[in-house]
Design a protein around this ligand. Structure first.
Ligand code: HDE
Length: 695
C-alpha cells in the first residue's frame, strides 16, 4: 500500500490488505538463496571429498546457517509469552461529545485491530495457565494513526511510580542465582518486595484471586489501568479509564486444574484462542469508559491519578461504547505477534495523558525497549507496526530502513520543498497536547493522596463471594508457603492483617506464622459487586465437553446430547479407549477425537458419560476414567451421566455415597422438576462451576 499522502478510507480489511503485500507463499516455488540464485542441492554441504572438510566457498551453507544462527530476537523483558489475533472495533454511538478521536465517531466504521494477550512473568516458552496478571494490548489501526491501548486484565498495578518498575520486575522474575522459579511469584524475592513496598497490597489481592488464573483470554476483562484524558473538538477534557468486558463473562480455572494444565497443555490459552477463531467462535469484548469531569478531580476519597486505585463502577458507572471482535488468526507468529510493538504513548487526537507517575514512566520505556528488541529505530516499518494511514517526516536512515525517501530535503523548515512535509493545524487533524496547567517545584516525591494502601484492598476483599475469598486464602497460602524465609512469611501475615484479620489468621495457620494478635484490618463494610466474577455468568456458548464412550454405546442418547450442545454453541469431543471409530450394535458409529492417552479432564469444561452397557463395561476397565471423573468433580465441573453411566460415579470416591446428589452432577434419576436431561445439562454447564460443592 503506497503512502501517497492522501487519507485512505479505513475499513475492517484495511490492515489485512496492507499486510497482503508482504505475504509470501513458498508452496510450488523453486528453492533459492536470498540473492535469488536457484539451489541445486540442500542435503549436503560442499566438501573436499565425501569424507573431507567443508569448504568456505559454500555460500549456500554459510547463508543458511548464518540466518538460522540469528533467528531469535531478545524476548520482551516482561510479557514475553504472548498470543495475538486480528479483528475489528466498531463504536455503538458517536463519542463526539467527549472525544474527537475519529475511530470513536461513526458506528458504521470498523477499525482494524490487533490484540496481543500475554502473561507477565514467564519466558516466551513458559506455560499459559500460571498464576499471573495477563496483558491485554490492543493496537487500533485508525485513519488518524495507530492508537495502542496497552492494558492488563487487572485494573490496578503493583506500584505507583515507574522508577520502581525494575525493582518490582527483578523481584518476581526467577531468582538470579539459580533462575528458579519460572513464571511464578511463589518465591522469597517477590514477597520480600511486597512486604517492603506496601503500595502493592491492592494488586496482590487481585493476583491472589481467581482473576490471575483465567479460563480463557476470551473470558477476561481488560483495563487501561491508568487515567487518560478524552478531549473533544472544543478542547474540553474528561478524565477517562478504559475497560474491556468479555461477552462470555469472566471465568477462571481452579488452582489445581491450572497447575495440571501447565503440564498437560502449556499452550492452553493460545490454543483456545486459535481454535475458537478457526471455529468461528469469535472472541468479543465491549469497550467501556468511566469518565470524570475535570472539575471533579478532587471529589473522591482516593486520588484518581493513583494507578493502585480503581474507580468503583457503582460510583463512576462504565458507559459501554463499542465492541471488538477478533475474527482472524495471524499468518505468521513471529512476523505479527512477536514483532508487534505496543506503546501507551501511541495516541491519536482526542486521547491524551494525565500525570499518573506510572503512566509517565511507561511513555519512555516502550520505545526504548523496542530499539533493542527490534534492532533499531525503524521498527515502525515492520509490516505489523505500520499505520494504515500515510506517514511522512524528516526521519532518515538507521538499521533496517526500508523506505526509499526521494529528494535532497530531510529537514524542517525548508524552501526547497516548500516546507513539505508540513505540520498540520489542529483543525485539520494535527495532534495538539492538552494544555494542562502545571505549577510545582522539582521534587523527588509522591503526593500524600497516594498514601492509603489498604482501603481498596479491603474493598476488593469485601466484594468477593465466600468461595472467592476461600480461593484468595488458598492462593496466599500456596505462594507464601513456598517462601523459605520465615521472617518474610510473618511480614506477609502482618501486612495483610491490615486488610483483613480473618484472611491474616487463616494465612498464619497455613504457613506456620504467628497469628495476628488483633485484627488491624480496615473497619469498612463497603463493597463493589462489579468486582465479583460470580456476577458475570453469561451462558454455556463455546465451552468444551468431553463425551466418554466406547463400542456398544447408546447412539441415540449421545446424538441427542450432541445436538443440544451444538444448538447452544457448545463443542463436544468423543474420548474413547482406542482411536478411529466407536460403533453401537446397530452399525451406527462416531469418530473418536481423542483417546485417554491424549485427552485429559482438565482440558474440558464438562463431562458426559454415554449410555450403553457394553460401553460402560469397557470404560470401567480403563484406568484413566477414574482420573477424568475425579478431576471433573474436584474442579466443580458439570458431569452428565446416562442411566448406565451412573455406575461410574462410584469411581470418583467410593466412600462418598451422595455424589449423584451434588450440584452439577446431572443424572436421569436425580433430575429435579420437569426439565429434560439435556436442558438440565446445558443449564449446569452455563454456570461454569458448581462452587457449592466446595462449601
Ligand atoms: Fe508494561 N512494559 N510497563 N505495563 N506492558 C512492556 O514493553 C513498563 C505496565 C503491558 O503485548 C514492555 O514492548 C513499565 C502497566 C503490556 O507487546 C516494557 C511499567 C501495564 C505489555 C514495559 C509498566 C502494562 C507490556 C516490555 C511501569 C497495564 C505487553 C516489552 C511504569 C496497564 C505488550 C515491551 C505486548 C510490556 C514497561 C507497567 C501493560 C519493558 C516501565 C501498569 C500488556 O517496555
Amino acid at each position: 500500500m503506497k503512502n501517497d499522502g492522501k487519507l485512505q478510507s479505513i475499513n475492517e480489511h484495511s490492515k489485512n490488505q496492507q499486510l497482503e503485500e508482504f505475504k509470501v507463499d513458498d508452496n510450488g516455488k523453486d528453492l533459492t538463496t536470498n540473492q535469488g540464485v536457484r539451489v541445486s542441492e540442500d542435503e549436503h554441504s560442499l566438501k573436499a571429498g565425501v569424507r573431507g572438510p567443508t569448504l568456505m566457498e559454500d555460500f549456500h551453507f554459510r547463508e543458511k546457517m548464518t540466518h538460522f544462527d540469528h533467528e531469535r530476537i531478545p524476548e520482551r523483558i516482561v510479557h514475553a509469552r504472548g498470543s495475538g489475533a486480528h479483528g475489528y472495533f466498531q463504536p455503538y454511538e458517536s463519542m463526539a461529545e467527549f472525544t474527537k478521536a475519529k475511530f470513536l465517531q461513526d458506528p458504521s466504521v470498523k477499525t482494524p485491530v490487533l490484540v496481543r494477550f500475554s502473561t507477565v512473568a514467564g519466558s516466551r516458552g513458559s506455560g499459559d495457565s500460571v498464576r499471573d496478571a495477563r496483558g491485554f494490548a490492543t493496537k487500533f489501526y485508525t485513519e488518524e494513526g495507530n492508537y495502542d491501548l496497552v492494558g492488563n486484565n487487572i485494573p490496578v498495578f503493583f506500584i505507583q511510580d515507574a522508577i520502581k518498575f525494575p525493582d518490582l520486575v527483578h523481584s518476581f522474575k526467577p531468582e538470579p542465582h539459580n533462575e528458579i522459579p519460572q513464571a511464578s511469584t511463589a518465591h522469597d524475592t517477590f514477597w520480600d518486595f511486597v512486604v517492603n513496598n506496601t503500595e502493592t497490597a491492592h494488586m496482590v489481592m487481585w493476583i491472589m484471586s481467581d482473576r490471575a488464573i483465567p479460563r480463557s483470554f476470551r473470558m477476561m476483562e481488560g483495563f487501561g489501568v491508568h487515567t487518560f484524558r478524552f478531549i473533544n473538538a472544543e478542547g474540553k477534557a474528561h478524565f477517562v479509564k478504559f475497560h474491556w468486558k468479555p461477552l462470555l463473562g469472566v471465568h477462571s480455572l481452579v488452582w489445581d486444574e491450572a497447575q495440571k494444565i501447565a503440564g498437560k497443555d502449556p499452550d492452553f490459552h493460545r490454543r483456545d484462542l486459535w481454535e475458537s477463531i478457526e471455529m468461528g467462535d469469535f472472541p468479543e469484548y465491549e469497550l467501556g469508559v468511566q469518565m470524570i469531569e475535570e472539575k471533579d478531580e478532587f471529589k473522591f476519597d482516593f486520588d484518581i491519578l493513583d494507578p493502585t486505585k480503581i474507580w468503583p463502577e457503582e460510583i463512576v458507572p462504565v458507559k459501554i461504547i463499542g465492541r471488538m471482535t477478533l475474527n482472524r488468526n495471524q499468518d505468521n507468529f513471529f512476523a505479527e505477534t512477536e514483532q508487534v510493538a505496543f506503546h501507551p504513548g501511541h495516541v491519536v487526537p482526542g486521547i491524551d495523558f494525565t500525570n499518573d507517575p506510572l503512566l509517565q514512566g511507561r511513555l519512555f520505556s516502550y520505545t526504548d525497549t523496542q530499539l533493542l528488541r527490534l534492532g533499531g529505530p525503524n521498527f515502525h516499518e515492520i509490516p505489523i507496526n505500520r499505520p494504515i494511514c500515510p506517514f511522512h517526516n524528516n526521519q532518515r536512515d538507521g538499521f533496517h530502513r526500508m523506505t526509499i525517501n526521494r529528494g535532497p530535503v530531510s529537514y524542517h523548515k525548508n524552501s526547497l520543498q516548500d516546507n513539505f512535509p508540513r505540520p498540520v493545524s489542529e483543525a485539520d487533524g494535527g495532534y495538539v497536547h492538552y494544555q494542562e496547567k502545571i505549577d510545582g517545584r522539582k521534587i523527588r516525591g509522591r503526593s500524600e493522596s497516594f498514601d492509603d494502601h489498604y482501603s481498596q484492598a479491603k474493598l476488593f476483599w469485601n466484594s468477593m463471594s465466600e468461595v472467592e475469598k476461600e480461593h484468595i486464602v488458598n492462593a496466599f497460602s500456596f505462594e507464601v508457603g513456598k517462601v523459605k524465609h520465615k521472617g518474610i512469611r510473618q511480614q506477609v501475615v502482618d501486612m495483610f492483617n491490615k486488610v483483613d484479620g480473618e484472611l491474616a489468621t487463616k494465612l498464619a495457620e497455613n504457613v506456620g506464622a504467628n497469628p495476628p494478635e488483633n485484627s488491624s484490618g480496615k473497619d469498612m463494610n463497603n463493597s463493589s459487586p462489579a468486582l465479583s466474577q460470580l456476577n458475570t455468568i453469561k451462558g454455556a456458548k463455546s465451552r468444551k465437553v468431553a463425551i466418554l464412550a466406547d463400542n456398544g454405546f447408546d447412539y441415540q442418547g449421545v446424538n441427542s446430547v450432541m445436538e443440544t450442545l451444538a444448538k447452544t454453541g457448545v463443542h463436544a469431543e468423543i474420548i474413547s479407549t482406542t482411536p478411529g471409530f466407536i460403533d453401537n450394535n446397530n452399525g451406527e458409529r462416531l469418530e473418536v477425537n481423542h483417546t485417554f492417552l491424549t485427552a485429559d479432564s482438565v482440558l474440558y469444561d464438562a463431562l458426559y458419560v454415554a449410555g450403553g452397557q457394553d460401553s460402560i463395561n469397557k470404560l470401567t476397565q480403563e484406568k484413566k476414567v477414574k482420573a477424568f471423573l475425579e478431576d471433573a468433580f474436584n474442579h466443580y465441573k458439570t458431569i452428565g451421566l446416562s442411566k448406565e453411566g451412573e455406575a461410574l460415579l462410584s469411581k470418583v470416591d467410593p466412600l462418598r455415597k451422595d455424589i449423584a446428589l451434588q450440584p452439577g452432577v446431572i443424572t436421569e434419576s436425580t433430575l429435579q422438576s420437569s426439565n429434560s436431561f439435556n436442558d438440565a445439562f446445558i443449564e449446569a454447564i452455563s454456570l461454569h462451576r458448581h462452587w457449592s460443592r466446595e462449601v
